[in-house]
Design a protein around this ligand. Structure first.
Ligand SMILES: C[S@@+](CC[C@H](N)C(=O)[O-])C[C@H]1O[C@@H](n2cnc3c(N)ncnc32)[C@H](O)[C@@H]1O
Length: 233
């Protein structure tokens, strides 16, 4: 191995380390401007979780009618709402997001009075509710920032997750569903869970690939299975 190759490898490694450190600093700076934001990225696609949508449809069978309102919390550029309209054709779908350009793009793609996009705020969510189902998919997390952490408190504390899920839970009608997938925490660890029962989902065997932390923000290794919860009557 010639010495030129060895030094080039060292330089490349060094650049990669420096680049990662810079990325962490820039993300931290960016986050400081958006204290209400959960997941930072906007990745989405149509029918992204077909089995989960199907399980939710089964769980709401007989309950979803023209009065039914379904909330997509963290709807990104709208694909999730268009998909939900296909699974729940008679329902009103409300998509909220904290990112204005996502919402503008979502709005530009439709002209359907049964699908509405709103800025995410407690006032807007309350005004459009209550809901028969609230979907929180790939939003109540910081991915991949938390991927290698043993404790996530500094990046995404449990208190923030609990505050948001408690508020969303309060906007669900009795018998309605809270669906949480790819989150950094387990709904079972929150106080709000006391009002809910777990819904069995035979075709969905986990709650996503995002790593989980407990209510003290410490990483848990045990697999987590549940992702649909029903508010008790
Ligand atoms: C990875 S995308 C998930 C999109 C879609 N739910 C899916 O699974 O395909 C996460 C979205 O959550 C949004 N988000 C982050 N914090 C939010 C908040 N406080 N309220 C509503 N949306 C939020 C982001 O702007 C982003 O569009």
């Amino acid at each position: 191995m010639d010495t030129n190759k060895i030094s080039l490898n060292r330089i490349l490694r060094r650049i990669s380390v420096e680049f990662n450190l810079l990325h962490i600093k820039v993300s931290k700076f960016y986050r400081s401007f958006y204290p209400d934001q959960h997941q930072l990225t906007s990745t989405t696609s149509e029918n992204r979780y077909p089995q989960l949508f199907e399980e939710a449809r089964k769980a709401l069978a007989g309950q979803a009618d023209t009065q039914t309102r379904i909330l997509s919390y963290g709807c990104s550029t709208g694909e999730e709402c268009f998909t939900l309209k296909e699974y729940f054709p008679n329902s009103k779908i409300i998509g909220v997001d904290i990112n204005k350009s996502n919402l503008r793009f979502a709005q530009s793609k439709i002209d359907d009075p049964d699908i509405q996009f709103l800025m995410s705020s407690e006032e807007n969510i309350k005004a459009a509710g209550p809901y028969q189902a609230i979907f929180c998919l790939s939003v109540l997390c910081r991915w991949e920032d938390t991927k290698f952490l043993q404790n996530c408190e500094k990046i995404y504390p449990f208190t923030k997750y609990e505050a948001t899920t408690s508020f969303l839970a309060s906007q669900i009608q009795k018998g309605g569903l809270l669906i949480i997938y790819n989150s950094n925490f387990r709904f079972e660890d929150t106080r709000g869970f006391n009002e809910f029962d777990v819904v069995d989902t035979p075709t969905v065997s986990d709650s996503g690939f995002v790593v989980k932390f407990d209510s003290n923000n410490n990483r848990v290794s045990a697999p987590h299975r549940h992702c649909i919860y029903r508010k008790r009557y």
